[in-house]
Design a protein around this ligand. Structure first.
Ligand code: KG4
Ligand code: ZN
Length: 373
């Protein structure tokens, strides 16, 4: 959850060194159909330095790409969670200051050896928190100037999708397409029809809060801290394993589940959680059992809607796979339930979920974008 204005749709309008005019034009009018053509001789033998600062993680990674095979040399994430936890969300200018402090150190650690020869710099230019994005972009531009390297602008959402292909042979990646991608992060909840690499169509999205935001805000109500997703998941898991009888019989709505479109809405769920919380006595609000039962129902309500709409989209489009991505993709319950439901209801459709360490924000996924063109 973020307390500032998020640049949800557009790329930052900065001039990218040495990238073609066509790419720049497309960047200024972002349409999920990004194809940046970079004039490089070493296209099939690249070492990429990638930088990600769109929210509250300062990240840098180095990837080596040879004959379409990708090797992650380093993937450094410096989390600001401790700093933001006391506020229950991210303050963009506080996050920006941390990025400025952390970027040189994270970069140094990612580069591992001073002899590493980088050919290209990739940096997240959106969507995300504008002050944070600019910190990464300015750092990348300075590096590019110093190292005399080209620099490419990367879309954070596309990178989340491509995180699913880290460690996989890109030659075979096309076997998974077309796909329905369920993007679930702190700022976004979208269903995207991915026809090819560089060919994306948003078929549904949240009309208010994102799924991750709902986890964060409801965790804050319950006093579980930030980030809320892992905190709610932990409480829910404890409830299932330790508490036998559900005492409070909590039931929340599954917003928009019966509507024909592929859109989502999570702000009503947050309000329902707040109402339930407010009507309880102080003693109950603080009791372990109540917190656990709330966590179970919040997680269930979010997961039910996400899975229902994803499967509905999968059944009405000719696709080969369902791709889960974004920070909420780290949720074990969501991963497992989605897998089970795909096997049961659409067994011919493949299922991809990112390695947990590449689900939440990281820079390895930012370096992936260059591989498919
Ligand atoms: O993609 P991400 O790292 O950052 C954004 O691009 O927003 O996603 C962060 C979101 C947060 O809302 C966080 O609470 C949620 O992902 N998240 C989880 C889990 N781990 C992170 N939500 C549910 N369960 C998790 N295990
Ligand atoms: Zn993200």
């Amino acid at each position: 959850m973020c307390f500032g204005k998020e640049d949800k749709s557009s790329f930052l309008p900065f001039a990218i060194a040495r990238v073609s005019e066509e790419a720049q034009a497309q960047n200024s009018n972002y349409s999920y159909k990004i194809k940046i053509r970079i004039k490089m001789k070493e296209k099939n033998n690249l070492t990429i330095l990638s930088i990600e600062t769109s929210c509250d993680d300062t990240c840098a990674a180095v990837l080596k790409i040879k004959d379409k095979k990708i090797k992650i040399i380093s993937n450094v994430v410096s989390s600001q969670v401790k700093l933001h936890a006391k506020y229950g969300g991210v303050y963009p200018f506080l996050a920006k200051r941390e990025h400025q402090k952390n970027l040189p150190l994270v970069f140094k650690r990612a580069m591992k050896s001073p002899n590493l020869k980088v050919n290209l710099i990739a940096v997240t230019t959106g969507p995300g928190l504008e002050p944070c994005l600019w910190t990464g972009v300015n750092f990348a531009k300075e590096l590019a100037k110093k190292m005399d390297l080209p620099i490419v602008s990367i879309n954070h959402i596309e990178a989340h999708i491509l995180a699913n292909f880290i460690g996989k042979n890109f030659q075979r990646a096309k076997n998974f397409l077309p796909a329905i991608c369920l993007v679930v992060s702190g700022g976004h909840t979208q269903l995207i029809l991915m026809k090819d690499f560089n060919n994306y169509k948003i078929i549904g999205e949240t009309r208010d809060d994102a799924a991750g935001e709902c986890f964060d805000k409801t965790a804050r109500i319950l006093g579980l801290g930030y980030p809320g997703g892992p905190a709610i998941a932990k409480q829910a898991q404890q409830c299932s394993s330790k508490i036998k009888n559900l005492k409070f019989k909590i039931s929340f709505p599954r917003p928009m589940i019966r509507q024909k479109n592929y859109d989502f809405s999570f702000s009503g769920l947050k309000t329902a959680v707040l109402y339930d919380f407010k009507k309880r006595s102080l003693r109950i609000r603080k009791s372990k059992q109540y917190i656990c039962e709330m966590a179970v129902e919040i997680q269930r309500a979010i997961i039910d809607v996400l899975i229902y709409k994803t499967l509905k989209a999968a059944k009405s489009h000719k696709i080969k796979s369902i791709i889960l991505c974004g920070g909420v993709a780290a949720n074990k319950e969501l991963r497992e339930q989605l897998k089970k439901r795909i096997i049961k209801e659409t067994p011919s459709i493949k299922y991809l979920a990112p390695d947990i360490k590449y689900a939440t924000d990281n820079a390895a996924m930012i370096g992936m974008e260059r591989n498919q063109s």
